[in-house]
Ligand binder design. Structure first.
Ligand code: PEP
Ligand code: MG
Length: 575
C-alpha cells in the first residue's frame, strides 16, 4: 500500500481499477532500409495506416448516442486525413527514394506538413495541425507496435491516472463514465479541475509522479476531499472508505430534498443560484439540482476536439437546445473564451504557444482579432434569444475600447438580422465578466454600458495574484481570501449597486460552500456554479441571515492579517 498526496479538486471517494493514460511517443528510430527490403517496409507502413483506420472506425462505432456531435466529426476528420496523399502516400515515396524506414519517412513528412500549417494565416487552418499530428501519432504508434492508449481503451468505471489532462481530453472522458481521475500536474482552477467538479467525480491534481507509481489494473482509492491517492490499499482501508462512500451518499440524499425549496435567507432575501455548464448535455444536471437558470455557458467547449469550428447553424441549435430544456429560466451564453489552457486541441500539438498564453490572445481579444470566429457566434446567440431568456456575456474584458468594439459588432449583427427579417430579442441583456483586475478596478466605467456583471474569480485570482491557473508549482499561492481579491470583489459589487445593475459570480469561489456566507455579506445576490455543489450552497443560504452577514463581511474587510481572515471565515462557515 502506498499513499500519494496532491490537491483535491473535486470531492468524493472513488474505489476502482487504475487506467494509466500515457501520451508521450517514444523516440522515433531512424535508419536506412537496404534496397531489397524496401517493398516490405512500404507494406509495413500501409499496414499501420490500415490499423489506424480500423481503430478510428471502432471508436466511431462506440461513441455513445448522447455524445456531442463534435465527438463524431472529429473522428471523421481524422479518417479523411488518413486518405490524404500527404499522409498516406508521401511517406511511401520517402521510403522508396530515400530508403528511410517507415517511422522516419512519416516523421519527415509530418515535419513538412507542420511547417506548411504554421505559415497559414487562418486560425482554424493553423489548428488543423493538431489533427494532423494526432493522426500521424496514431500511425507511429501502430508502426512501433505501441498500444494505442487513447480514451477508447478506458473501461467504464475506471480511475484515470495521467501526467496531465487537457480540457479537450476531459470532455472526452466525460463520455467514458470514468469513476475518478488523478493527474501529476495541474492546479485547482484549471479547466480540467473545473470539468471534474462538473462531472461530479472525485479528482486530484498535482499528485506528483502518480503516473509513475501506478500501473494499469491496480486497485486505487481516490479521496477527492483530502487530495489523497491510495495505491493497492489494504482491505481494512477499503472497508473504511466504503463506509465513507455510504455517508456521502446519505448526505447527498438529504440535500436532494432541498431541490424544490427556494434559496431564501432567514431574513427573506432571495438569492439566485444558477448553474455553470460546458455542453448542452450538462443541462440535465443543472435541472436536477433545481438551478434557477444557467449563469455561465462555456461555449468554447463546442469548439474543441474537432477540425472545424461549429458554424452559425450548429451553434444556434446547441444554444436553443439549452434554452428549450430550461423553459422560462435565464440562460447566460458566454461568447468564446478560447486561448490560454483552452486550446481547441488542448494545446497538445504545440501550435504557436506564446510565452504567456494566459496574458495573450485569449477570449474577447481572440474574437475581436478574428471576427470570422466571432460574427457567426453573435448571430447564433442573437437568433437563439428569440426563444427564451437569453443573456449574452463577454469574457475577459480589460479595457473599455474592447467593449465598444463588441458593442459595435453586436449592433451591426442586429441590423443584419433585422434586414434579413430574422427574429431576435433586441433588448438582449449584455453582461461583462469581471475577471481582469483592470476591469474590477474600473468596474464603474464599464457599468454604464452593460446590463450585468459576472465576477470570474478563477481568472481574477490568477491575474491579481500573478499565479498561473495550470501551474502546480504556484498552487500554494491560490487564495480567494487574499485581501486584494476580496477588495476587487467588493469594488465590483459596489459599482454594480451604484449603477443599479445586478452582479453575479460564476468563478469557482461562487460554488465553494466555505465562502457562501462571506459573499452574501459582501452583497452578492447571484451565484453560478457547477450543479454538483448547488444544493449545499442552497442549504447555507437558507440558514443565513443577511443582516448579520453584512456586519460579518464588514468586519472581515477591516482585518489587517490574512491569517485572521482565514480563521474568521472558517469559523463562520462552521456555523
Ligand atoms: C472565471 O475565470 O472565473 C470563469 C468563470 O471563467 P473560466 O473559468 O471559464 O475562465
Ligand atoms: Mg475566466
Amino acid at each position: 500500500m502506498l499513499a500519494l498526496h496532491g490537491t483535491g479538486v473535486s470531492d468524493g471517494v472513488a474505489i476502482g481499477k487504475a487506467f494509466v493514460l500515457q501520451r508521450e511517443l517514444p523516440e522515433i528510430p531512424e535508419y536506412v532500409i537496404p534496397r531489397e527490403y524496401i517493398e516490405e517496409e512500404v507494406a509495413r507502413f500501409q499496414r499501420a495506416v490500415e490499423a489506424s483506420r480500423r481503430q478510428l472506425m471502432t471508436i466511431r462505432e462506440h461513441i455513445p448516442s448522447n455524445a456531442p456531435p463534435e465527438a463524431t466529426s472529429f473522428l471523421d476528420a481524422h479518417l479523411l486525413m488518413l486518405d490524404d496523399k500527404m499522409i498516406s502516400q508521401a511517406p511511401i515515396e520517402a521510403i522508396r527514394n530515400q530508403q528511410y524506414n517507415a517511422e522516419w519517412a512519416l516523421k519527415a513528412q509530418s515535419e513538412i506538413l507542420s511547417t506548411i500549417f504554421e505559415q497559414m494565416d487562418d486560425h482554424y487552418l493553423r489548428n488543423k495541425k493538431t489533427d494532423v499530428n494526432q493522426v500521424v501519432n496514431r500511425i507511429q504508434r501502430n508502426l512501433l507496435q505501441q498500444n494505442y492508449d487513447e480514451h477508447e481503451k478506458i473501461a467504464e468505471g475506471e480511475i484515470v491516472v495521467a501526467d496531465d489532462l487537457t480540457p479537450a481530453d476531459t470532455v472526452m472522458l466525460k463520455h467514458n463514465r470514468v469513476r475518478a481521475f488523478v493527474t501529476s500536474l495541474g492546479g485547482p482552477i484549471s479547466h480540467t479541475a473545473i470539468l471534474a467538479r462538473s462531472l461530479g467525480i472525485p479528482a486530484i491534481v498535482a499528485a506528483h509522479s502518480a503516473s509513475r507509481y501506478v500501473s494499469s489494473g491496480e486497485e486505487l482509492i481516490v479521496d477527492g476531499k483530502r487530495g489523497m491517492l491510495i495505491i493497492a490499499p489494504d482491505r481494512s482501508i477499503v472497508d473504511e472508505y466504503r463506509r465513507r462512500q455510504k455517508d456521502i451518499a446519505r448526505k447527498k440524499r438529504e440535500l436532494n430534498r432541498l431541490r424544490t425549496s427556494r434559496a431564501i435567507t432567514r431574513d427573506r432575501h432571495r438569492v439566485a443560484l444558477l448553474a455553470n455548464i460546458e455542453l448542452p448535455a450538462d443541462v440535465r444536471a443543472a435541472a436536477q439540482a433545481g438551478a434557477d437558470g444557467i449563469g455561465l455557458y462555456r461555449t468554447e467547449f463546442l469548439f474543441m476536439n474537432r477540425p472545424e469550428p461549429p458554424n452559425e447553424e450548429e451553434q444556434f441549435r446547441a444554444y436553443t437546445k439549452v434554452i428549450k430544456s430550461l423553459p422560462g429560466k435565464p440562460v447566460t451564453i458566454r461568447t468564446l473564451d478560447l486561448g490560454a489552457d483552452k486550446q481547441v486541441d488542448g494545446g497538445r500539438a504545440g501550435t504557436a504557444i506564446t510565452v504567456n498564453p494566459a496574458l495573450g490572445l485569449r477570449a474577447v481579444r481572440l474574437c475581436l482579432h478574428d471576427t470570422s470566429l466571432f460574427r457567426p457566434q453573435l448571430r447564433a446567440i442573437l437568433r437563439a434569444s428569440a426563444f427564451g431568456k437569453v443573456r449574452m456575456m463577454i469574457p475577459m474584458l480589460s479595457g473599455q475600447e474592447e467593449l465598444f468594439q463588441v458593442l459595435d459588432l453586436i449592433e451591426e449583427t442586429k441590423s443584419d438580422l433585422k434586414r434579413e427579417r430574422i427574429k431576435f430579442n433586441p433588448k438582449i441583456p449584455l453582461g461583462g465578466m469581471i475577471e481582469v483586475p483592470a476591469a474590477a478596478i474600473s468596474a464603474d466605467l464599464f457599468a454604464s454600458h452593460l446590463d450585468f456583471f459576472s465576477i470570474g474569480t478563477n481568472d481574477l485570482i490568477q491575474y491579481t495574484l500573478a499565479i498561473d491557473r495550470v501551474d502546480d508549482a504556484v498552487n500554494y499561492l491560490y487564495d480567494p481570501l487574499h485581501p486584494s481579491v476580496l477588495r476587487l470583489i467588493s469594488i465590483t459589487i459596489q459599482a454594480g449597486k451604484q449603477a443599479r445593475i445586478p452582479v453575479a459570480m460564476c468563478g469557482e469561489m461562487a460554488g465553494d460552500p466555505r465562502y457562501t456566507q462571506l459573499l452574501l455579506g459582501l452583497g452578492l445576490s447571484e451565484f453560478s456554479m457547477h450543479p454538483a455543489t448547488l444544493l449545499e450552497v442552497k442549504k447555507i443560504v437558507r440558514g443565513a441571515h443577511l443582516g448579520q452577514l453584512t456586519r460579518f463581511a464588514r468586519d472581515i474587510m477591516k482585518l489587517r492579517d490574512t491569517r485572521e481572515i482565514h480563521a474568521r471565515v472558517e469559523k463562520q462557515s462552521r456555523h
